[in-house]
Design a protein around this ligand. Structure first.
Ligand code: 6R9
Length: 639
């Protein structure tokens, strides 16, 4: 039971508490914020929000330090408790750090950053794989009041540069090389290439993940060597609740990624509360979220949620199939993992390798299994539940987004009436009020219906704005349904009132749990010299969830081989974005179906690729209906 302390309202069970958290949201959040966070100065206003204006402010007047909440307070009570288990790429070589050690590491780094001129309000870009120094880097920023901008270490130099420029970072933190699936990845070299086009960057801290030396330039700082010279005590900055904690870039429906802004108190509180209640996390449990720290899932459930709760968190550096498809479960056995949180794409992949890789290892420590990032199909859900969890561990399908900061819809297995329907995200979390909208923009009140998923009232974990582009924030999230937060997803609400997420309503596709805008890929394709125009759509893919299907029209004036263009497109997509942005299929076409006003009719392309030729719909606005036959023929020829 959630002790509500000073709010003084008698709630007898979870459904009362759910109602209370939504109907008396201010009292609910004030009580949990007082109880769960350590404040330097108490807040005077619980919230000052107006979703229709895009104004979101929580716990104003309050001051706190996030790193103190994640480290110091646990060092006072249990300094030797393991904070982080670093599951390195090399199997059976895990490294454990206690809360005391992680605090020392964070303080040394905080002092180093300060000494090298990083100030409150600056934004430090972190380009590192999951490792203790990456966590310490995030927390060191929080300690001295700088914001961090973690960029997934699979992103290319161009993608990294774009994010560094937008964040205006003068400091970048990286490692000499990464190691993943037994392969060495030249991360420092990627940073070198990226900062060529980033005039703001003055210094690059380089930690040594491998023993191989890298070329160090005048801007580079040998991180561990310099940290060793620093003190292990670092005065924490007192931060306002609404100061920025971090930026995190994610894809939207235009070509330019958006830097979502999360702030201190509300984000931390929401990450901590969801971590504890969705996964039934108890003191002493070993929690493992295998997402990369470059994504919001890694931020909230590898770092901030578990550490705010004084938990033990596993940082996973490897892949699900290295050195073999038993990796996750061997790790579960060796580290005695209690909660395992992963992505459907990995589950679908492992399912194909068969049960024997799971059965080989003892999974009796497991209590809760989580899924995140994309819809989990029933087959994968059942396998996860029956084979991995031996039918005894609840599977929590958790729906949320970079924008929401933490889990918004998920089963809560500890509830007394905790029914869980396979493949459904089920119920809103405390304080969350989901609504479905119909095509006219009205709230759908009945059950057994679908609609656009919105959230009707603000919650502390939600993103505050888009860095450098507040207008885009309001336009994207607040204006489509005035007064509501629009998620961009569609959802179905069952007869019983349970939610199931059906997928994106905008031009964003989800490849192996990675969000990517079709416009981002088209931008890249259109930069290839032979390409006149292109249209990219997502299609259903048995492992990746969605795959990328590109229609490409070549310039008539240029004489090229399609195979050469294909190679060029793949090179460009990995160079400009990341490997996962390479199309699965490229269909060369003479022209694309367009309306008379020149808009590409993506709906038609989607139907052709999904083989739904009966449902092509109204083609009367097409400029030349014959194009459709050409596209259908081309699609047949390709498969
Ligand atoms: C946490 C995260 C967000 C988008 C979101 C939705 C999809 C996430 C899901 C899910 C169905 C789930 N998504 N969880 N769809 N069921 N349990 O993934 O954040 O990278 O920002 O992606 O992912 O489409 O809108 P992010």
């Amino acid at each position: 039971m959630l002790p509500l302390g000073s709010c003084g309202v008698g709630v007898s069970d979870r459904s009362d508490l759910q109602d209370f958290s939504v109907c008396s949201s201010d009292s609910f959040w004030a009580a949990v914020a007082r109880q769960r966070l350590s404040w330097i100065r108490p807040f005077h206003t619980v919230q000052d929000c107006d979703l229709s204006q895009g104004r979101i402010r929580w716990f104003e007047g309050g001051k706190l330090n996030v790193s103190v909440n994640c480290l110091d307070r646990h060092v006072h009570t249990c300094p030797e408790r393991v904070a982080v288990i670093w599951e390195r790429d090399e199997p059976k070589s895990e490294v454990k750090l206690s809360y005391r050690q992680l605090l020392e590491m964070t303080c040394r780094l905080g002092n180093l950053l300060r000494r090298r001129g990083v100030k409150k309000g600056d934004c430090v870009t972190i380009y590192m794989p999951p490792c203790p120094l990456a966590v310490a880097s995030m927390l060191a920023c929080a300690r001295i009041g700088a914001a961090h901008n973690v960029v997934f270490a699979g992103f290319s130099a161009d993608a990294l540069a774009e994010r560094i420029r937008d964040a205006q970072s003068s400091t970048v933190i990286t490692v000499n090389q990464g190691v993943r699936g037994g392969k060495v990845i030249e991360l420092k070299k990627t940073v070198d290439a990226a900062i060529q086009s980033c005039p703001t960057v003055q210094q690059v801290f380089v930690a040594m993940r491998t023993e191989n030396p890298v070329v160090m330039t005048a801007k580079d700082v040998a991180m561990e060597e310099e940290m060793a010279k620093e003190d292990t005590v670092c005065e924490p900055a007192g931060m306002d609740s609404e100061d920025t904690l971090f930026l995190l870039y994610t894809s939207g429906s235009t070509g330019k990624p958006k830097g979502l802004v999360h702030t201190q108190a509300g984000y931390l509180l929401y990450a901590a509360l969801t971590h504890r209640y969705v996964f039934s996390y108890h003191d002493g449990d070993v929690f493992s979220c295998v997402a990369d720290i470059g994504w919001i899932t890694g931020h909230s459930y590898s770092v901030y949620g578990p550490l705010a709760n004084g938990g033990t968190t596993v940082l996973f550096e490897s892949t699900p199939i290295y050195p073999d498809p038993g990796r996750y479960w061997e790790m579960v056995q060796r580290l005695k993992i209690n909660q395992f949180y992963g992505a459907p794409t990995a589950i679908r992949l492992l399912l194909k390798y068969g049960d024997k890789w799971v059965h080989k290892y003892d999974r009796s420590t497991l209590k809760t299994l989580g899924s995140v990032g994309e819809p989990i199909n029933t087959e994968a859900w059942e396998w996860y539940h029956r084979v991995v969890g031996q039918g005894r561990c609840p599977v929590v399908d958790t729906w949320w987004q970079t924008e929401t900061g933490g889990i918004c819809i998920a089963p809560r297995p500890a509830d007394p009436d905790a029914e869980i329907v396979p493949g459904m995200a089920m119920r809103p979390f405390f304080g969350i009020k989901p609504v479905l909208m119909d095509t006219e923009g009205k709230v759908v009140t009945s059950n057994d219906t679908s609609g656009a998923l919105c959230i009707a009232q603000p919650w502390p974990g939600m993103a505050r704005t888009i860095h450098n582009d507040p207008q885009r924030f309001t336009e994207t999230y607040c204006q489509p349904y005035p007064g509501y937060f629009f998620t961009g997803d569609g959802a179905y609400r069952s007869k019983e009132g349970y939610y199931q997420i059906t997928g994106r309503l905008d031009d964003v596709i989800n490849v192996s749990g990675h969000r990517i805008g079709t416009a981002e890929i088209e931008d890249v394709l259109n930069q290839c010299s032979a390409v006149a125009e292109s249209a990219v759509i997502g299609f259903s893919h048995s492992i990746k969830g969605q795959g990328i299907y590109a229609f490409v029209v070549l310039k008539k004036s240029i004489d090229v081989q399609e195979a050469d263009v294909t190679r060029q497109i793949n090179d460009m997509a990995s160079k400009k974005i990341a490997k996962y942005a390479c199309p699965d299929y490229i269909q060369f076409a003479q022209r694309l179906p367009k309306t008379r006003s020149g808009k590409i009719m993506r709906r038609v392309l989607r139907k052709v690729v999904d083989s739904e030729l009966e449902g092509l719909g109204d083609l009367s606005t097409l400029d030349d209906p014959e194009v459709v036959q050409e596209i259908i023929q081309g699609h047949h020829d390709l498969l």
